[in-house]
Design a protein around this ligand. Structure first.
Ligand code: ADE
Length: 421
């Protein structure tokens, strides 16, 4: 280590996206290594709207590993963090900063302590896969700090051990998590199917649905499904392998009709498997079901799918529109059917890529009624509209993978003390 051993703090800051599965991961064959019972495919979401930023730092003056999440100190003792830290330290290499006279030999990483600060640019408790972006960012930034030689696919196998779906956040665009065959999990990793530029007309609108009760955690839900559902084996062995091939083709050919059919039916089957679990698991609520009806009615009326929907382990709807024009029409319909509470202004109700709101010609809620037309218009819900069922909408698109942020102003830790800024 360098001469002025006690003084220096070395750090790296990185940004990593979240992702939404369009062929779902549900069920593990190994709980500890987090090995799934089927392949899955996801779309990476634009990190400008949904991402985790993490600063990792090392200094001989640190006395223990510490982590802050969204400004609050959290424990690193959980198995998911410890698995990632152990796997990364085992692959660490020599690091030298000649200008600052710092030299860390690879063996030193076993003794040196880390300070980590992480920030999600979206609400952590909103059910928006924050742990996927979070664990992927932790692994990616530590890999840069400790000079790992592994590529993103190999890093994804480490992130997987922190949170299964985190492995898919190591790439932008369209990503497949290959379940693998090895018992040690070495071949259970993510590969990129296509980058975010491959199909950049797609627009994604997320309805963050107000949840009244705390849902079943994914970890215990999956365990219960594998132990009690008769349908899950059929899904994993017969249905998903065929859908994976079809979905890869749909993405390669930008075939929206097939993409939408596969995404919607796979989401529906995932929730059917939850219902087939004993005791049954309900992740979607009335609002989620009303959103499905709305999209299904519209798609049927147009005779070819305009919008795909998919729901993870919670009531939030992720809708993928075939292009910007369709996304503008979708947003009009969503605002018509799910208006905000009277005291919520539109600027806070629709966040992310605001240009969709502009394309839709909506400046305030008064515009919506006029644009959508009478209740019997295609895809509209006729009848009582209860305000406040949706907390807010996020407009986004497919986005890029992890990046190192070089700008020191983006660091979440003080470069002198290694404590949160
Ligand atoms: N869980 C939720 N968000 C996280 C983050 N940013 N880092 C680690 N774990 C998380």
């Amino acid at each position: 280590m360098g001469a002025q051993a006690e003084k220096w703090v070395l750090m790296v800051t990185a940004r990593t996206p979240t992702n939404i599965a369009v062929i779902k991961y549900w069920g593990k064959r190994d709980e500890k290594l987090i090995l799934p019972i089927n392949d899955s495919i996801s779309v990476t979401l634009d990190p400008n709207h949904l991402c985790t930023t993490t600063t990792v730092s090392v200094s001989p003056s640190f006395v223990e590993d510490r982590m802050w999440l969204n400004g609050k100190e959290i424990s690193l003792q959980g198995g998911r963090f410890q698995s990632c830290l152990r796997e990364i330290r085992a692959r660490a290499n020599d690091v030298e900063d000649e200008k600052r006279g710092i030299k860390i030999n690879k063996e030193d990483w076993q003794k040196l302590h880390l300070h980590i600060a992480s920030y999600n640019n979206f609400p952590t408790a909103a059910g928006l896969a924050s742990s996927a972006a979070g664990l992927a960012c932790l692994v990616f930034s530590l890999a840069k700090l400790m000079n790992l030689k592994e590529d993103n696919s190999q890093l994804s196998a480490i992130a997987r051990q922190g949170s299964g779906s985190a492995c898919r956040s190591l790439y932008g665009g369209f990503v497949k998590w290959i379940m693998g065959k090895e018992e040690n999990g070495s071949d259970s990793l993510a590969v990129q199917l296509a980058d975010e530029k491959h199909w950049d007309e797609l627009v994604i609108i997320i309805a963050v649905v107000s949840a009244r009760q705390k849902e079943t955690s994914s970890t215990s839900g999956m365990r219960d499904t594998v132990e009690t559902s008769a349908l899950i084996q059929h899904r994993a062995k017969e249905v998903v392998p065929k859908r994976i091939i079809e979905m890869e083709n749909a993405i390669q050919n930008r075939d929206f009709a097939s993409f939408a059919r596969l995404a919607c039916t796979d989401s529906n089957q995932f929730h059917a498997v939850c219902l087939d679990t004993y005791p049954p698991i309900f992740y979607m609520n009335d609002t989620s079901h009303r959103i499905i009806s709305c999209v299904e009615k519209w798609n049927r009326a147009e005779e070819t799918p305009q919008v795909a929907y998919t729901f993870d382990a919670g009531p939030n709807a992720v809708m993928i529109a075939r292009d910007r024009k369709t996304a503008a029409l979708l947003l009009q319909r969503l605002l018509y059917n799910f208006p905000p509470q009277p005291d919520t202004d539109l600027d806070r109700y629709v966040i992310g890529d605001k240009s969709i709101l502009k394309d839709a010609g909506i400046k305030d809620m008064k515009d919506v009624e006029a644009l959508v037309g009478p209740p019997e218009t295609k895809g509209n819900i006729v009848g009582e509209k209860s305000k406040g069922d949706v907390s807010y909408f996020i407009c986004t698109r497919p986005g890029g993978g992890p990046v190192v942020l070089s700008d020191e102003t983006q660091a979440l830790l003080d470069p002198l003390t290694g404590l949160p800024k």
